[in-house]
Design a binder for this molecule. Structure first.
Ligand code: B1M
Length: 217
């Protein structure tokens, strides 16, 4: 019974049907289904499925955006219950588009996928100075700093974030991830980032693995 309704939630989420997701999440709660099960097996699992399809080019940006909207609708209903039972996020991340760069569509997808993977995210927006990444990461006790850039002229600004971390003696405290169309593995290695990922779904997967590995060690 519980499995049936959470599967339905996952299916509706993948179709971007926010109203149905909202209604079913409420119904599942009323029927006594565990809030964590609704989150993990319904909402997050649906979002990860969409992430996989997006990676394989089976769905595109609009489908991901409506699925994310449906996920947010479900999370809103679930949130009071999750706070009540003290559901811990998998980790915390600050993400932004680097200084001088106003492109945010890809960065927003990374934010959505990482939320879908169970992260608590602070989205710093676009044109973010290096110090702001580090200040916010320190303020919220982040595990991950995610940097996005879409211009060949702004991607070098990612290095400034790593420099600020070094200057403040904080480099080893954070998992630093880089991405965006002009960025590649060689560039990420050159500036000393921990991970480069090509797309938003991989960013969420890699961040989750890296945080779990770090917490286990
Ligand atoms: Co701009 N723009 N743009 N633009 N724009 C590009 C990037 C460009 C390639 C177009 C072109 O000339 N062919 C070119 C860059 C050339 C270069 O640097 N080599 C360019 C230019 C030149 C400019 C301006 C300078 C134009 C001008 O004013 N003369 C200007 C710069 C403004 C600024 O930033 N200071 C500019 C402005 C704009 C708009 C404002 C009009 C608009 C942005 C709107 C917005 O973002 N809200 C815009 C757009 C839309 C584009 C294109 C058309 C699309 C970018 C996009 O959203 N792609 C783009 C051309 C193109 O790519 N075809 C272009 C879809 C998105 C899902 O992909 O962001 O790559 P992407 O994200 C991917 C991955 O890269 C990855 O995950 C996502 C998918 O899963 N990813 C990460 C992204 N961040 C990640 C972080 C991670 C991991 C993965 O870890 C933390």
């Amino acid at each position: 019974m519980a499995a049936e309704i959470v599967n339905e939630i996952s299916e509706f989420l993948q179709k971007g049907r926010a109203k149905n997701v909202k209604k079913l999440v409420q119904q599942a709660l009323d029927e006594g289904v565990d809030a964590k099960e609704i989150l993990e097996e319904g909402l997050l699992s649906g979002m990860m499925t969409i992430g996989g399809k997006f990676k394989r080019n089976e769905v595109f940006v609009p489908e991901v955006l409506v699925a994310a909207r449906a996920m947010n609708a479900g999370v809103t209903i679930l949130e009071p219950k999750l706070i009540e039972i003290g559901n811990e996020p998998i980790g915390k991340a600050v993400i932004g588009t680097v200084k001088g760069d106003l492109h945010d569509i890809g960065k927003n997808l990374v934010v959505m996928m990482m939320k879908g993977a169970g992260f608590e995210i602070v989205d710093l927006g676009t044109d973010v100075p290096a110090e702001a990444f580090v200040d916010k990461a320190e303020e919220i006790g982040a595990d991950v700093i995610g940097m996005s850039a879409l211009l060949t002229t702004t991607m070098p600004n990612m290095k400034d974030i790593l420099d600020v971390l070094e200057e403040r003696g904080l480099r080893d405290k954070y998992i630093v991830m880089a991405g965006g169309a002009p960025v590649n593995q060689a560039f990420a290695d050159q500036i000393g980032a921990d991970y480069y990922t090509e797309d938003a779904a991989s960013a969420a997967e890699v961040a989750k693995e890296a945080v779990l590995k770090r917490k286990a060690s």
